[in-house]
Design a protein around this ligand. Structure first.
Ligand SMILES: [Zn+2]
Ligand SMILES: [Zn+2]
Length: 240
């Protein structure tokens, strides 16, 4: 049936409560593509693998017993705490990939709200929210910084201001094929603080995925070198 004929069959009063667009193109879950009023349907949400304790008190990675993981004991990071909402797999991985690479901003806002609620449950005392920045070139090619979209939602929920004074001066190669040493060199001196507005403040870094922690650690190092009081971090997902 074509659209015109379909329209003729629908009584006019139906439009009072329903947008024509929704009628013809019902909104779908952006993960499983089934019809859903929410950006991610409840069934998909129920499949998100949340990170459960025991986790490392510092970096937040799952460990066998309470305490501090081996990596943090051997080389303590510049941030004092990092936590992630879920594991980077299944629904969460698909959602993040579609948000970033299919440029689904509505997914970003939804995920940002999710991260904001998670941050609010952590009840940390922070003065500023700082998204992990992209380089100018990467920003130009992607069109938006995914961490900034997430950070804006977190900022709304926590009622904590956002600061964009951390900038990226070096884009890192995709770290997927690099070993640990190459990853560290890759990220070394990638960030710069553009002003002194964060001096003496407690900063919450926001990013989409925590992989080795090298990006957040390097950002933390840049901040601490400029007399920031404390750096903590949250990410939506964690790759194990
Ligand atoms: Zn779904
Ligand atoms: Zn750790």
């Amino acid at each position: 049936m074509n659209c015109q004929r379909l329209l003729e069959r629908i009584p006019l009063y139906a439009f009072q409560d329903m947008l024509l667009k929704e009628l013809l193109f019902p909104s779908r879950c952006l993960v499983c593509r089934r019809i859903s009023k929410d950006v991610i349907c409840n069934e998909c949400l129920s499949k998100v693998s949340l990170i459960k304790s025991p986790i490392c008190e510092i970096c937040g990675s799952p460990i066998e017993n309470d305490g501090i993981c081996y990596k943090c004991k051997v080389s303590p990071p510049y941030f004092s705490k990092a936590r992630s909402y879920a594991l980077y797999e299944g629904v969460m991985r698909t959602a993040i990939i579609r948000f970033k690479f299919e440029k689904r901003k509505s997914l970003g806002l939804f995920l940002g709200e999710m991260l904001g609620k998670f941050a609010s449950r952590l009840a940390w005392n922070v003065d500023f929210i700082v998204p992990i920045p992209l380089s100018k070139e990467r920003l130009k090619s992607r069109g938006f910084n995914q961490s900034e979209i997430l950070a804006l939602e977190v900022s709304k929920i926590l009622r904590v201001p956002i600061s964009l004074s951390l900038i990226r001066i070096k884009e890192t190669k995709p770290s997927i094929n690099l070993n640990v040493e190459e990853r560290l060199n890759n990220i070394n001196r990638a960030f710069l603080l553009s002003d002194n507005s964060l001096k003496g403040k407690r900063v919450l870094l926001v990013d989409d995925v925590y992989t080795t922690g090298a990006t957040i650690n390097e950002a933390g190092k840049t901040l601490l070198e400029r007399d920031i009081k404390e750096v903590r971090a949250i990410t939506l997902a964690r790759e194990l």
